[in-house]
Design a protein around this ligand. Sequence first.
Ligand code: FAD
Ligand code: NAI
Length: 474
Amino acid sequence: MPENFDVVVIGAGPGGYIAAIRAAQLGMKTACIDDWKTADGKPAPGGTCTNVGCIPSKALLQSSENYEHASHAFAEHGIEVKEIALNLKQMLARKAKVVRQNNDGIVYLFKKNKVAFYNGVGSFAGSDDGGWRLSVRGDKPAELVAKHVIVATGSKPRALPGTAFDNKQILDNDGALAMSEVPASLGVIGAGVVGLEMGSVWRRLVAKVTVLEALPAFLGAADEQVAKEAWKLFGKQGLTIELGVKITAVRAGANVVVDYSDAAGKAVSATFDKLIVSIGRVPRTAGLGVEAVGLALDERGFVTVDDDCRTNLAQVWAIGDVVRGPMLAHKAEEEGVAVAERIAGQHGHVDFNTVPWVIYTSPEIAWVGQTEQQLKAAGVAYRAGTFPFAANGRARALGDTSGCVKLLADAKTDRILGMHAIGPLVSELIAEGVVAMEFGAASEDLARICHAHPSLSEATKEAALAVDKRSLNY
Ligand code: FAD
Ligand code: NAI
């Protein structure tokens, strides 16, 4: 006999597991199906983010930054380290432990919230009066019936046409996080978020890293001032980035040869020990039984949804990477909560204008809202205020004074339209910009709020003061 649920979520990434927990909190009988397993066959809920994305990448970013600091930055603090050795095996083991803690945390949360968890591939089998019939294929096959289904099946890496990932030499994000030796030379195709974060990890562990980017502009989605600063700083660190390239062939043998034409149209052949291909991600719907029930996909394979994440099928919803919008864990989570609340008859809401972006390089890059170039293109009159970390006491004490915080405010109303930052821990500072924008704050509001001293957050207050040309410390 199939088991009946109010809500079944397919996928336990940040979108799916959060949706399941919220649905259960709201009193609905909820199940979540997820197919991820560890190499030794254990269920590993958490999706791309937990297993091969946000969490392991941040673990390696931290470890590699510690290594670089111990190698180059401690001496300035008067700490002399005689011998430094890299134990990559231990670094990877620590990363795996952090991932496992997160997997286990989700299993615990499912139990705590009484979410039934099925480890296997979930697919639509049809519908009847009771709702949607779903089957789970795996070690413990099961049949479920759900009044509401939330599709949260995520995304997978996009391969270069004609160049399949082998995760030996041609690596996707999974392979990029699991190299057992530091390659002497590493090629990265795509100077997006994965390329810059993974390129940074391996450069810090002393690989020679070359990033090949198709677009002529660097970090086109970021504010130009921030992108320029990032370009300068990454160059100083020794990350080679070539823009405007056209990849013509990739050949894997004893090493990987990449043929491309450079920005000037000159043919180049570059040889690397390993190659990371990070040119974006594509939605994942294979195996879901989309055809069996007629779930509509758009021309790029994303599940088609309206603004409220409703699909073309009654009581079937879709969230996260498998639908339009930024491929970010926190966007997936917000959609998950909003959909669970809508199913419960509440008014869940996601504000896409205030979804923050963070790139966890060193320095970090973060932004929310509109860039200067977007405001100019839209003909919006604005005022900008910038404050450099070089003038911030906490940044000096940290020994990390690169970058700045910039605020953009409407010229007439002073309402904050965007915050852009590059520098130490701006991943944390950006939350203040998000809160300010959600509450419709003016730059003057931020300028009048007391910020702890010495703290990096004072740079945000000073940027707000700078909008009115009255910085106190610069
Ligand atoms: P996913 O996390 O992809 O989860 C989907 C789950 O569904 C997976 O477990 C999948 O196996 C499962 N599944 C798919 N089909 C089925 C099926 N038929 N049956 C059962 N299960 C199924 N975002 C950030 O916000 N911050 C970051 O720092 C960040 N870092 C990243 C670093 C890397 C290297 C990568 C690759 C991505 C990163 N992202 C980051 C993006 C983030 O991982 C995604 O936006 C997020 O995981 C999307 O969540 P999701 O729930 O939609 O899908
Ligand atoms: P991306 O979209 O961020 O960057 C891909 C880059 O590859 C772009 O700059 C693009 O112009 C370039 N490109 C595309 N085709 C190319 C080609 N043929 N040759 C050379 N360059 C080419 O995608 P990425 O880095 O793979 O990451 C996927 C997604 O995962 C991101 O969009 C982001 O949403 C998410 N992510 C988020 C992180 C974070 O929040 N810190 C970290 C890592 C990933």
